[in-house]
Design a protein around this ligand. Structure first.
Ligand code: BES
Ligand code: MN
Ligand code: ZN
Length: 498
């Protein structure tokens, strides 16, 4: 798809359709709506008056028209809810809604005005990202009923925007949108295709393409490093586990001296539960158990393209959790890389076993701020549903910063508490710690306090994305399925650390 940013002459853009945001109780009396009302012979005012569209979030109304000097013959009104709740992060939802709607109508190109005051770079970026992420579909493996309609051109209009700013915004939007779709593509891959070796291959290919360093540790290497916790998860699988390490080094480092941000992802390519086998019903969903890894790899991709001036590493523990004669048993004791001993009481609490060695490895590489992402617990879905990612950490400032970055990018985070009283719940009778807490109690926190045991001096935050990495229904701006959650938040976080 071709992308372009323009600062004037919205209506005369060379496209099939125009699209514009409308709000609750909007009237076409001034500004761009008035301009569009004139071009369409009063149809905008009529449509709004007739309540064909009420300005509600996700609503759309199509107007057909023909005007002299205007190439477009369609105008799409895109409902964006109440004007005073409209934020820069709403722009991607609006542009994405327009893009899906117009694609369905087999139109090929459109220009969009978000009707937001503010930074042209940010508006263009969000509009372009929204269009790109709206086009993602789950149909890669379909041979029939595949989506064959395709948009070929998107123009974002920001009145008065400078060409250089618009160009920058468009490029940033492409980098971010494509990276989010890359994460979603990984999460959507079936587990017979995307096993740990394949995940490592895709990370390596991506790294080569965008200029990141990529190192893949095999089981022998991890054995040497003493990663007994991570390796315990792979024992029942025929697929060898991989630790994928991506490194971004800026040309010039403007960050705090010695600071190194690390993103760490849970990459369980399929989670059967192991010997603590999951029930068959719904087990297929566990292909998405590598969504934290997908976010990590995709965020590193975007970082390589956006080139922030701080160093970042990404560490992914890629492994398949299977039951067989060699698999870990409930009651096995293993030793992690940092020397702590773990009694495995439930082989289905495997994500934390992966992350234990992955966060310790990140810190050993020099990380001073570690953010891990994992589809770690079913409990977080019960607590927060699909609208907020659970966040916990050992440093309130870091947690606050991430929550704020989420607010700015339109991704919700909700903090749960940690503390020594919770940490006591994972003390084991025979080893240092056990990998589960008391049944039915604070399941999400139990996962976090476990991982915390493997962080030494670093500031650390844990994002439990089990509820937010996958969305079961289609939305006006987004296909059903993997969401690419947290990519935008983490990018914002890195850019603020510059
Ligand atoms: N990958 C799952 C978490 C999960 C469960 C995500 C259901 C989405 C839906 C994780 O490995 C897991 O199995 N967690 C257990 C932990 C328990 C055994 C302490 C869970 O949440 O049930
Ligand atoms: Mn599990
Ligand atoms: Zn899991």
């Amino acid at each position: 798809m071709e992308f372009q940013g323009i600062g004037t002459k919205f209506a005369s853009a060379s496209v099939d359709a125009l699209a514009v945001a409308v709000f609750k109780d909007d009237k076409a009396t001034d500004g761009v709506l008035k301009e569009l009302d004139d071009i369409t012979g009063g149809q905008v005012a009529d449509t709004l008056k007739g309540k064909e569209i009420n300005g509600g979030q996700g609503e759309t109304a199509l107007i057909r028209f023909s005007a002299k000097g205007v190439k477009a013959t369609r105008l799409l009104l895109v409902g964006c809810g109440e004007k005073d709740k409209y934020k820069s992060s709403s722009v991607s939802v609006a542009s994405g809604t327009a893009a899906r709607c117009l694609r369905k109508l087999n139109l090929k190109s459109f220009a969009f005005d978000a009707r937001i005051d503010g930074d042209a770079v940010e508006t263009a970026q969000n509009a372009v990202q929204g269009v790109i992420t709206s086009q993602f579909e789950l149909d890669k493996y379909k041979t029939v009923d595949k989506n064959t309609k395709e948009l070929t051109k998107f123009v974002v209009h920001v009145e008065g925007g400078k060409p250089a700013d618009l160009k920058k915004g468009v490029e940033r939007g492409q980098a971010i949108g494509d990276s989010m779709n890359f994460a979603r593509e990984l999460a959507n891959e079936p587990p017979n295709v995307l096993h740990p070796t394949e995940m490592a291959k895709r990370a390596q290919a991506m790294a080569k393409e965008v200029g990141l360093k990529c190192e893949v540790l095999d089981e022998a290497k991890m054995e040497k490093l003493g990663m007994g916790s991570f390796l315990s998860v792979t024992k029942g699988s025929d697929q060898p586990a991989k630790m994928i390490v991506l490194r971004y080094t800026p040309a010039k480092n403007t960050g705090k001296k010695g600071d190194l941000i690390a993103f760490v992802g849970k990459g369980v390519t399929f989670d059967t539960g192991g010997i603590s086998l999951k029930p068959g019903e719904g087990m297929d969903a566990m292909k998405y158990d590598m969504s934290g890894a997908a976010t990590t790899i995709a965020t590193m991709r975007a970082i390589a393209l956006l080139k922030p001036t701080v160093p970042v590493i990404g560490v992914v523990g890629a492994v398949e959790n299977m039951p067989d004669g060699k698999a870990s048993r409930p009651s096995d004791v293993v030793t992690a890389m940092n020397g702590k001993t773990i009694e495995i009481l439930n082989t289905d609490a495997e994500g934390r076993l992966v992350l234990a060695d992955a966060v310790a490895y990140a810190e050993k590489q020099g990380a001073t701020r570690i953010i891990d992402m994992a589809t770690l617990t079913g409990a977080v879905i019960i607590a927060l549903g699909g609208h907020n990612t659970g966040i916990m950490g050992n440093d309130q400032e870091l947690v606050d910063q991430l929550v704020d970055c989420g607010k700015e990018t339109g991704e919700g985070y909700w903090q749960l508490p940690l503390g020594t009283e919770y940490s006591k719940d994972i003390k084991s009778d025979i080893a240092d710690i056990k990998n589960i807490g008391p049944r039915g109690k604070a399941g999400t926190i139990m996962g976090a306090v476990f991982i915390q045991e493997f962080v030494d001096k670093a500031k650390w935050a844990h994002l439990d994305i089990a509820g937010t990495a996958w969305h079961d229904g289609v939305r006006p701006h987004q296909a059903k399925g993997p969401t690419g959650v947290a990519v935008r938040t983490l990018l914002k976080f890195v850019e603020k650390a510059q």
